[in-house]
Design a protein around this ligand. Structure first.
Ligand SMILES: Nc1ncnc2c1ncn2[C@@H]1O[C@H](COP(=O)(O)OP(=O)(O)O)[C@@H](O)[C@H]1O
Ligand SMILES: [Mg+2]
Length: 256
């Protein structure tokens, strides 16, 4: 399923935060979204999930297949969120509940959305923990988030995001809070899941170097607009926008 964002504008308290964003996600493709802090990357992801801050006004179109998520009734949007569209946030601490076992967090979600019974949900949870390469998935099921490293916690957050078989995954700075040594592994995992499950992935990062490793398409945001978009190789090798060039110039070492 494709997700097409057209002329998305978001206004909060009279200030235009997004000024007409166009962005397209395709099945089995990772679309990297870069841009400096405050350019509107997170707001774009939140708009897709219908999770904009209170008081925000959004216009334009966010088409998931035939449906426009901006005009979907709240009940329908609720089904889409966490179902067809899932999100992974920067800090796994914000998406994982510290007091609930990993298994419980995975299965609650599934039982609610997929109406599975306890046994089916457990089997699927263990399978998902294996899929995100948590060693000893059976044992991990009964453990609590603090018993895992940051990288493993983010893998668990990804497993939860995948629990209801989403078609679209929004990953907002998924490795920024992690140790440099484990970042690449989590990115490779996302890339692999995208290929294996045919997910349409939006990978948000302020770091062009990070996305040069795994993105198929790259878009660059500045001041609430996408100023550049295209295949990774083209954008990184022959950026047409001065702003993209300045981002690339600030990268250490070879990228594209
Ligand atoms: N809850 C909010 N209310 C009002 N403005 C906000 C809120 N959250 C973020 N903003 C503003 O929206 C703009 C875009 O923010 P954001 O999407 O978080 O940027 P990015 O993720 O690219 O760093 C910024 O100017 C930010 O100050
Ligand atoms: Mg952000």
């Amino acid at each position: 399923m494709t997700l097409d964002i057209t002329d998305l504008k978001v206004t909060i308290g009279g200030r235009e935060i997004l000024r007409g964003v166009d962005l397209s996600l395709q099945e089995g493709r990772v679309h990297g979204l870069a841009g400096e802090s405050g350019s509107g990357k997170t707001m774009t992801g939140l708009a897709v999930l219908g999770l904009l801050p209170h008081g925000a006004r959004a216009t334009g179109r966010i088409a998931l297949g035939e449906r426009d998520l901006l005009t979907l009734p709240p009940r329908e949007l609720n089904k889409v969120r966490g179902g067809e569209v899932a999100m992974v946030f920067q800090d796994p601490a914000t998406s994982l509940h510290p007091m609930l076992s990993v298994g419980r967090q995975l299965t609650e979600h599934m039982r609610h959305h997929l109406r599975l019974d306890r046994r089916e949900a457990r089997a699927r949870a263990v399978e998902l923990l294996g899929k995100v390469r948590i060693p000893g998935a059976e044992e991990a099921y009964g453990r609590f988030p603090h018993q895992f490293s940051g990288g493993m916690r983010q893998r668990i957050a990804i497993a939860i995001a995948l629990a209801c078989s989403p078609r679209v995954l929004i990953a907002d700075e998924p490795t920024t809070a992690l140790d440099v040594t484990v970042q690449a592994g989590v990115l490779r995992l996302l890339r692999g899941l995208c290929d294996e499950l045919g997910l349409a992935v939006l990978l948000v990062t302020h770091d062009l170097g990070v996305m040069s490793a795994i993105a198929d398409e790259v878009s660059v945001m500045k001041d609430g607009l996408v100023v550049e978009t295209g295949p990774r190789g083209k954008v990184l090798r022959e950026p047409s926008h001065a702003y993209t060039r300045s981002l690339l110039d600030s990268l250490p070492g070879e990228t594209a």
